[in-house]
Design a protein around this ligand. Sequence first.
Ligand code: SAH
Ligand code: SF4
Length: 421
Amino acid sequence: MVERSAFRYPQGMAGKPPSELLDAAAPVAGDNLFGLSRQQLTSVMLGFSQPVYRAGQLLDAMYRQRVASLDEITVLPRALREQMAKSGWRISPPKISAAFRSSDGTERYLVACPDGPDGQTVETVWMPGGDGGEIGDGSADSDSTGSAYEADGEFGDGSTAADEPAKKAASARPAQRATICVSSQIGCAVNCQFCLTAQLGLQRNLTAGEIAGQVIAVLERHSVVVGRDRINLVFMGMGEPFLNYEPFMAAVRLLVEEAGLPESRMTVSTSGIVPGILRFAQEPVRPHLAISMNAPNDRLREEIMPVTRKWKIDDVLRAAAALRLRPREYVTFEYVLLGGVNDRQEEAEELARLARRSGLPVKVNLIAWNPGPGIAYASPQPGNVEAFQRRLIERGVPAFIRRPRGRDIYAACGQLKRTLE
Ligand code: SAH
Ligand code: SF4
């Protein structure tokens, strides 16, 4: 038997891996290396008669050192880099094309997606400080708002500063704490009535590299030291992750296995795509699950989230019950409060009953609706969010309020892209 690392190609086959080493999605022609799995990169390197460890070197360079071109990977022999480039292989991670800084420290980015037609962007957000309750066990610590982030004043509110990475040496500042909000699609097909991203419709799915690469670009911008800085990821940006399931999960694996970010600090949010939740429940490596509940019964939910016609609340909860939860792991219900629609005490009561009926360890994240142009809802009255939270807590359901971040830079989901393009 030929040892894989010693495998040699017949003349003229360089760059083309043998079919027995290909998984279904393995690339055969030169393409973007960023976003390929370890298995796919192994196939590519074997195609160049290289030992298997070269795939590990590529992964380390792309996801830990965060290089942006093949040329920067000097552990690869120059001749190999040239040969690869000649065959069309390149490293094209997503790049931040515009950045907006809010007075509260939140930064919002438009990120250029390399794997489709030029000029396509998605939104990614950096929120310094605590995680707003998305992550963890619902303890006070996981909802902390204390910030270890130092505003560096490099650019003013709302200014474009795409080329201004955090300049301070990472070692010279205290450990950072931040949450990165990641997009999974350009636009979204789900059509929730209160959501700005819905108005874009689905433009296209992102690739695994485009999803993982948003995170890598933001880590690099803030000189994050993985393992020291405490970074949460929330897959709650544009799009429905469970309608782009495979690239989304491939991105999670790259971020966990290659970038070294712990899955225990990641949360994915779904509008309730049942087949996606069922698949997700079987994943050995997976983020926490959040469900955008937004209403305590099917009638009201159908009004604001038409997807409920396809999958009822009980279907969604039954699917979520298939998860093998880790000790102290919660399933989050996200609940966007729409003034006069779903924000009354009776809805809080009903939501508490729903949480109990689910049999799941539920915590609720409340968020006041962020207004957006052309959407005829209202934000809740001052005090209603707190009253809703109080009622849930009285009924024994842990509930947290997620403060809207970066309002001055168009904070609502999808708003940045809508207002700039
Ligand atoms: N598609 C997935 C993840 C992206 S949306 C999902 O729906 O879960 C992430 C969260 O933002 C959802 O909980 C959604 O209900 C919420 N959201 C959408 N538009 C909003 C707005 N204008 N104000 C506040 N929250 C909003
Ligand atoms: Fe899509 Fe989520 Fe917006 Fe609904 S709330 S339209 S699922 S992005």
